[in-house]
Ligand binder design. Structure first.
Ligand code: GUN
Length: 286
């Protein structure tokens, strides 16, 4: 039986510590604020954004939401980002993805000023991560690394197999795991003989968005399983990418869905807002 990695409890502990840091900033007259931009009417995004606003409330971070219409023009979106870049009361800017297809999301991310890049999606943040400099790291990968640290899961020399190559999760995770001295393999929809890779993995991090994709026969005994997936099964129940019930029997550690990576992602966003605020006031206050 595997040890269940309790992301919910760890995220709560992190939020409590961040609240102390947030209160300290407030005593100095600094009120951390996150601005969230959503374009269009994506139901899943609405749920994520609501959870982000709840977490801000708990930590004491001010929260401001900009809901743009589905037919928003690229120029309007970039103008809003520029305005928020200049607004000294805003410490973090988050553009919730996905956005409508007629808009260029990479151009929009690029427009966010580095010091407010709490999602770690700008080219500056991504580049700094690649060369091992301190930077804003994308929230889900950062949350996964915090879980490894909390549970003393050492990646040194381990075979880590990442399923999925998205800019948000898969690609930054490669860098995060490399920094921990893992041997990293990234698998995706065009990978041949997927099972050959997963079978020899010491650690599998799945971020592909398909329910019950990772099955018992694909993993070796003692594997560490991190399930980043957030899917609905045929009954509308929230499930990850992993067939939890059966894979758990072979794993040494496993994250549940819900209550695993999800709450950690949001806690890391809070972490990045506090980090951004501190960086912005470094010269004046700290
Ligand atoms: N959509 C799904 N996950 C994320 C995330 O971590 N950040 C943003 N901005 N959008 C997302």
């Amino acid at each position: 039986m595997a040890i269940i990695i309790d992301g919910k409890a760890l995220a709560k502990k992190i939020r409590e510590n961040l609240k102390i840091e947030c209160d300290e900033l407030k005593e100095k007259g600094i009120n951390p604020k996150l601005a969230v931009i959503m374009v269009g009417d994506n139901q899943a995004s609405k749920v994520y954004v609501k959870n982000k606003s709840k977490a801000c409330n708990e930590v004491g971070i001010e929260y401001e939401e900009y809901l743009l219409k589905e037919d928003t023009k690229q120029e309007e979106l970039l103008d809003l980002i520029e305005k928020l870049n200049k607004d000294k009361s805003v410490n973090g800017i988050l553009l919730q993805s996905p956005i409508p297809k007629h808009l260029n999301i990479n151009e929009a991310f690029k427009t966010i000023t580095y010091l407010k890049d709490v999602d770690g999606f700008t080219p500056s943040s991504v580049g700094k991560l690649c060369i091992g400099e301190d930077t804003f790291v994308s929230c889900t990968p950062l949350g996964v690394i915090k879980m490894f640290e909390e549970y003393d899961i050492d990646l040194n020399g381990k075979d880590v197999v990442i399923l999925g190559r998205s800019n948000i999760v898969g690609k930054p995770l490669i860098q995060c795991c490399l920094q921990k001295n893992a041997t990293v393999t990234t698998c995706h929809s065009k990978t041949n003989n997927l099972k050959e890779h997963t079978k020899r993995a010491d650690v599998i991090i799945s971020a592909i968005g398909r329910p019950k994709f990772v099955t018992e026969d694909m993993v070796k005994d003692g594997v560490v399983i991190i399930d980043v997936g957030i899917n609905r099964d045929e009954n509308g129940k929230l499930v990850g990418d992993v067939d939890f019930e059966n894979v758990e029997k072979k794993a040494s550690y496993i994250t549940p869905v819900p209550g695993g990576v999800g709450p950690m992602t949001i806690a890391m966003l809070m972490n990045n807002v506090i980090k951004a605020t501190k960086e912005q006031y470094k010269e004046k206050t700290f």
